[in-house]
Design a protein around this ligand. Structure first.
Ligand code: ATP
Ligand code: MG
Length: 398
């Protein structure tokens, strides 16, 4: 893409984003890059008009109007998957002394806080009179004098001063800030995430969004056994995931009737499993409706009776779609660490009732046999119950 005009707004500041694994994706790379720039455009929309374009393994984000909220945009980009590192860069005249002055003032705080540094130059403009190495050495020498406390360390510097000589402008930036990593949301297709009000399922959804899944959320709601606050809480959790996952639809499935039917006719030790089988069947129906091709749950091996290997085999057997359980091998503490980092933990621990806890039987089998399920579900009109629940599902966008 052509580098046409030098951005004049915001003091010529702009963002350089490093794409991660996307670069490795060979022929798919273009598709990944388009997905990422599309996601960035949507994310940046509310912070003003920006120009977003990719070149080599870098995406450039330039403000197009004085009203752009650069700090807001900078923070927003940090939750966009597919970006491994981001730098704020300052535009400057392509002149060796201006490069030095710009580095000295723009990176002043970083350089004052460092013990060692090096300068690295990227030269796209082949008409520039110095080679990359010459410019690095020139500016490095002057910085060394200007900051006597700094040592040059070409192997492990605290700060790397990057100079870019581009066709239409020079740029200076320092160490990149880590990005959210992962792959651009949507690049991996679409999935349906089962979202309870607990700690694990928001983390599971986050982890799959990070691997490039676009998501629809499904929540099973057992009003009046679970309260309206429980529903609000789930919507709030979904809202907390949108900076990562983008705009979401939450499918609120009325689950009360199914649970009451189960309580009437299903043997108590198999109640939870039968209930979870309904969740899977309904989630698969929702998936078909929204064009999703997998289900995502927050199950962790052995955490509760319904999360043994045997129990998961029983619940999974009623659906054809792959069921992804990204926290399957994680300890609660590890899941909590992620929940805190992404900001869902405080909401997850608000008191609430989940439909799973309302009807928890006193005794549950931990090694269920698949063969025992049809008999346990014999008295239920499964198809009618599923159809009705799907029919009465409310869709909320967050
Ligand atoms: P979480 O912390 O995510 O609630 P959990 O450890 O409490 O998980 P369970 O209650 O057994 O485990 O639920 C296992 C998984 O089933 C959840 O992670 C979630 O994906 C799904 N799930 C449970 N309850 C609901 C619900 N009411 N609506 C949607 N999905 C649910
Ligand atoms: Mg739960």
């Amino acid at each position: 893409m052509a580098e046409k005009k030098k951005p004049d707004y915001q003091g010529g500041e702009m963002f350089l984003l490093k794409m991660g694994e996307i670069v490795l994706k060979g022929l798919n790379r273009r598709r990944f890059e388009d997905r990422l720039t599309g996601n960035l455009n949507r994310r940046l929309h509310r912070y003003g008009r920006f120009r977003v374009y990719g070149r080599q393994s870098t995406v450039y984000v330039e403000p197009l109007e004085p009203a752009c909220d650069m700090d807001g945009a900078w923070n927003a980009i940090q939750t966009v998957f597919g970006v491994v590192g981001l730098s704020r860069a300052k535009a400057c005249e392509k002149d060796k002394d201006v490069f030095f002055e710009t580095a000295k003032t723009y990176l002043y705080d970083q350089l004052m806080g460092a013990r060692s540094f090096k300068v690295e130059t990227k030269r796209a403009d082949k008409t520039f009179p110095m080679t990359s190495i010459e410019l690095s050495q020139y500016v490095g020498g002057l910085l060394d004098e200007a900051f006597p406390h700094l040592k040059v360390d070409v192997h492990h510097p605290d700060v790397t001063v990057y100079l870019e000589v581009r066709d239409y402008s020079g740029y200076v930036h320092g160490n990149p800030t880590p990005g959210a990593g992962g792959l651009p949301v949507g690049a991996g297709g679409r999935g349906v995430a089962l979202l309870s009000g607990g700690i694990d399922s928001p983390v599971a959804a986050y982890m799959m969004a990070k691997r490039g899944l676009a998501l629809d959320m499904v929540h099973f709601f057992s009003y009046p056994y679970t309260s309206l606050e429980a529903k609000e809480k789930v919507l709030e959790l979904a809202g907390l995931l949108t900076p990562y996952a983008g705009r979401l639809h939450v499918h609120i499935v009325p689950f009360t009737q199914i649970q009451e039917e189960l309580r009437r006719s299903c043997p108590e030790p198999l109640f939870t499993l039968a209930m979870r089988r309904f969740m899977m069947r309904i989630s698969q129906m929702v998936a078909r409706e929204v064009g999703a091709e997998c289900l995502v749950t927050g199950e962790s091996l052995g955490q509760v009776a319904s999360q043994t290997m045997e129990a998961m085999a029983v619940t999974q057997s009623v659906v054809d779609l792959p069921v992804f359980r990204p926290v399957i091998g994680m300890d609660k503490e590890e899941i909590i660490t992620i929940a805190r980092r992404i900001g869902t933990f405080d909401t997850s621990i608000l008191p609430y009732e989940d439909c799973c806890t309302v009807f928890t039987p006193s005794h549950q089998v931990t090694k269920p046999k698949l063969a025992s399920m049809p008999d346990a579900e014999r008295k239920l009109d499964i198809e009618a119950l599923v159809d009705e629940a799907v029919e009465k599902t409310e869709i909320v966008s967050v």
